[in-house]
Ligand binder design. Sequence first.
Ligand SMILES: Cc1ncc(COP(=O)(O)O)c(C=O)c1O
Length: 492
Amino acid sequence: MSIEWTGSGPELLLRVDRNRPEPLREQLESALRESIRAGRLAAGERLPSSRALARDLGVSRGLVTECYAQLQAEGYLVTRGGSATRVAAAARPPVDAPSPPATLAGPTALVGPVALAGPTALAETVGPVGIDFRPGVPDLSSFPRERWSRALRRACRDVPSDLLGYGDPYGDPMLRDVLAAYLRRVRGAAADAAHTVVCAGYAQGLQLVLRALAGEGVRVVAVEDPGDPDHRAAAAMAGLDIVAVPVDEHGVDTGALAATGARAVLLTPAHQSPTGVVLAPGRRQALIAWAVARDATIVEDDYDAEFRYDREPVGALQGLAPDRVALLGSVSKSLAPALRLGWILCPPRLSADVARQKRLADRGSPVLDQFALADLLRSGHYDRHLRHMRTRYAARRAALVDALGRYAPEVEVRGLAAGFHAVAQLPPGTDERAVVEAARRRSVALYGIGGYLLDPPERRTSPARLVLGFGNLTPDAISDGIAAVADLLRGG
Ligand SMILES: Cc1ncc(COP(=O)(O)O)c(C=O)c1O
């Protein structure tokens, strides 16, 4: 039964420490998250009003309101129509919830093996590129070469000789400790080094998790539509059938997901790839409830979550249900794709098998690189680099919005809350493919949403859209590229 509080909050909420380096808001958010996860705050329980809690803690009411809003966005809290803030029902699912066997979707719902040609295929086949709006590429010129080479040199100097053999397939224990602490702090994840596996980026992490799930008897995995074609191909490579679930303005359609009968889903909750939608709080809760009821697993792709502009990043879904969610992240967006380093926070039941898959795949990620990453994280350089990049991407994002407003006001831009790509919806009647091809003749590489959709082109009814990556383009290049696209749209 949930407790109705009056007046002040419980003891655990009152512990914010002004002598600690973390900002008070971060402390309060973490304390609340931990209390909910640990069950000290039960589902349905009413929280004190922001005014009462602020008074008790001696902080501003705005700080408490912001903290509540953040945890609401993450699915830990709910507020309905001006009533009190409460702990969300799905915030801490019972660990051993009953799991009725899922019925598999009929063969008509399944999509067979998927062709490997992704959204990049067109750009790779024609002419030179001057301005490339390829999504997913960070600012490669900002890679912290000096820091990385120093960290590598140190790693090479300090690594004990016995660590130069075949390493722990889970990854270097020190890096796993540092990563788990980082993911708890920055992503609100329920991270435990014992269930963290270091891998070669998201791409490998996905393969390892899918193989482990296949080993558990999963046969069908649901994917977002639109979604990344390479990730669909990865599911096919792991021998799984895929079933598409539509994405709307609130994120993945959880009703449609439940109707598929799939027992695993690949998701990009923090910034849907490619639409850029941030998964709505109600959907987060519905997803967890679905996973618990179906004994299903959510594979959370946390690819660009650190970059959020209008407010702090939404915490990882994994924090709500570590038994049900595998959280996959990588340094491909934060540092550079070429490093091929990533991590998996595994549901505890899967971690041994994921590590076994990692051992079979390549016997472990390179130890010196793992040391170097641990060094960057521990020294605070990683955080500093992220802060620096956030400012840089914010300027590029502003340049994109500005250029679209100036040259192509008829184009609607969406998905800008996080990351470094956005979606531009073209005026009705525009032929997406023709725009992409014409732009290419002007040395501008564009990527239509078509490459991300599962439906064959002749069955599509959705409007023409471009997925515009702006991470690796200077503000001037963005402006020039958009001016060229606008000219094309006007028939120039
Ligand atoms: C949706 C999505 N997830 C994850 C990644 C990162 O993949 P990796 O870590 O294998 O480089 C990308 C890279 O572009 C991506 O677009």
